[in-house]
Every structure is written in structure tokens, then in C-alpha cells.
Design a protein around this ligand. Structure first.
Ligand code: DGY
Length: 319
């Protein structure tokens, strides 16, 4: 009997591809080329399901042109701003993601960014690697302590809470703004702010951990940055489009903000080049979930979704 066809749109970790090819007639992408919409539609012809990444923009137009055979679209990500979920639902296509898979890995990267920004990690690396380190001095590359400072977390979901857990160990006091206040038992002393403005005013360090949506696009704009304490640090592991780049760059240039640690950028991988010229940025290439264990877990969860839908069961991680 013919096996179901699953289109895997990007090259995935070997263990994930091995499982996909074991269980399905898997259409892999060994060259990891990014499909245009037309190429994606051609590759999806006759497929039963698609395992996609954030690089595939599943717009309403694309959904309207998908083959009728597609029953499920499972994304190898927690973020799903690249998918028009309503359009998929309207066509009876189940959409699912991989929530929770990257919580720990992403929270760890948020701490790396915080430390890299607060302790001048980029300048320090440059000095050592360029052979410009001429010896210890008492005033060389001074950063700032965490202890006694306030960390403002915008978006207190799984990742925000994991950041809070780690940051407490560094002596930071936790403040947060979220659509809903956490139950008292889960706040663990974190101070809830009913508005983002109120959170910004107390954020010596601001960590962005909210999902990208039309409401959060450019939420860190001129007015928001003006509310941050002078010398604040901004860290983003969520999505680049939540920051107004020109405004953040200006604030890092004038010294209104001390530093920024960024793992995500608008228009990735073509980030605003002005970030590269700033010594007080600590930049990573979207590494939040980039550990062997996490990427395997994401792939397995994405396949779990497809397995369930193609077997006539509800997806375990539906959107
Ligand atoms: C996610 O899961 O949304 C990540 O950003 C993709 O690595």
C-alpha cells in the first residue's frame, strides 16, 4: 500500500529525517533551498501533509492554491506568525506547532544575551581575537552587575517564566507584563504590571518574550524606549519585528540605552547593518532553539502532529 506523502520543506536534523523517511514517503530537501511559493506548491502536489519551518510563508493566497490532498501543516517552531491559521482552518487543514520544545534552550540564550550585553561580550571577544589585549587594567571593559537590578519580562509564557527562573539566580528582581496575570503560585515573587508602559519604567533590563503579532509589531518604538530607564539593556529572543530598529539603534548610539543583546531581527538574515557597527550590541544568528536535543525534540513533535492527523486523531499540539 502506498505510504502517505509528507513534504519536509527544509533540511532537518538527521534523526528527524530518519523518522520521517521510516514512516512516510518523505519528500526531503537535502540542499536546504528555500522554496518560492510556486516551488512549494509544486513540491506539495499529491502530498498528505507538510512539515514546514518559519521560512515558509503560508499566506491565505498560498493556502487557497494548496492541493486538496493536504490534511496537516506542522511547523518546526513555536512561533506561527508565518501561517495564516484561519485560512488553513477554513480549508479543513489542521495546523500545529511545537510548543515547549525550545523553552529551556531559548531561556539560556536570553541569559547569554543579557550577560553578553551587560559584560561587553562583543568588545571583549574582538579585543582578544584581534590581539589588542595588552594586559589587565582596573578600568578595562567595565560592564554592569545584575544584582539589585530589575529585569522586565514582556511576555510571561513558558519562555518568559524560564528566563525569570534563571534570572533570579543572578540576583535580578523580576517584573513582568503579560496579557493575563499569572496565578500567585506561579509568580514566585515577580511583580505584575498591568501595562507595558508601567513595566518599561522599571526595566533596567528588558527581555522580550512575547509572540509576534500585528499588536506587538514595533512595540519597542520611540515612545517605549523613552520610558526605559537611562542606561537600560534590551534583550530580544522573540521576533525581530517587535523592535523599531532605527529607534533602538539611535538609543544605543546616543547612550540612552547601554547595550542590546539580539538573537532575532526584522528581515533575517538581512539585519539592519547599523547594528553591526555598534560596539554595544551582542548579536546572535537566531540561535534560540539551536541545540541538538531541542532541534530533535522539535522535529519529533512536528512529526507527532502529522502522525496523529494522518491516523485520524487530533494533533497533540494544535493551533
Ligand atoms: C520558534 O520556534 O519559533 C523559533 O524561533 C524557531 O527556531
Amino acid at each position: 500500500m502506498a505510504r502517505p506523502v509528507v513534504l519536509v520543506t527544509r533540511k532537518l536534523p538527521p534523526a528527524v529525517e530518519a523518522r520521517a523517511t521510516r514512516d512516510y514517503d518523505a519528500r526531503l530537501n537535502p540542499d536546504d533551498r528555500i522554496y518560492t511559493a510556486d516551488a512549494l506548491l509544486a513540491a506539495a502536489a499529491g502530498a498528505d501533509a507538510m512539515l514546514i519551518c518559519t521560512s515558509e510563508k503560508i499566506t491565505a493566497d498560498l493556502v487557497s492554491r494548496l492541493p486538496a490532498s493536504i490534511k496537516a501543516i506542522s511547523t518546526f517552531s513555536v512561533g506561527y506568525e508565518h501561517i495564516d491559521v484561519a485560512a488553513c482552518r477554513a480549508r479543513g487543514i489542521v495546523v500545529a506547532n511545537t510548543p515547549g520544545a525550545m523553552t529551556e534552550a531559548t531561556a539560556n540564550i536570553a541569559m547569554l544575551l543579557m550577560l553578553g550585553a551587560a559584560r561587553r561580550g562583543y568588545e571583549a571577544q574582538q579585543m582578544v581575537r584581534r590581539g589588542e589585549w595588552t594586559g589587565w587594567t582596573s578600568t578595562m571593559l567595565l560592564g554592569v552587575d545584575f544584582s539589585g537590578k530589575r529585569l522586565g519580562i514582556f511576555g510571561m509564557g513558558r519562555i518568559g517564566q524560564a528566563v525569570a527562573q534563571r534570572a533570579r539566580g543572578f540576583g535580578l528582581t523580576i517584573h513582568y507584563h503579560n496579557r493575563r496575570r499569572l496565578p500567585a503560585g506561579e509568580e514566585q515573587g515577580a511583580v505584575f504590571h498591568a501595562s507595558l508602559d508601567s513595566l518599561l519604567a522599571v526595566s533596567d533590563i528588558l527581555s522580550i518574550n512575547a509572540p509576534s503579532s500585528p499588536e506587538t509589531r514595533h512595540i519597542l518604538n520611540t515612545a517605549a524606549i523613552a520610558r526605559l530607564p537611562d542606561g537600560a539593556i534590551v534583550v530580544n529572543t522573540a521576533r525581530g519585528d517587535m523592535i523599531e530598529d532605527a529607534t533602538l539603534i539611535a538609543a544605543l548610539t546616543t547612550g540612552k540605552l547601554r547595550a542590546a543583546g539580539l538573537d532575532v531581527f526584522a528581515g533575517e538574515p538581512n539585519l539592519n547593518p547599523a547594528y553591526l557597527a555598534l560596539p554595544n550590541t551582542y548579536l546572535l544568528p537566531h540561535l534560540g532553539s539551536a541545540t541538538i536535543e531541542t532541534r530533535d525534540r522539535m522535529g519529533f513533535m512536528a512529526l507527532d502532529n502529522i502522525d496523529a492527523v494522518l491516523a485520524g486523531r487530533p494533533a497533540p499540539y494544535p493551533l
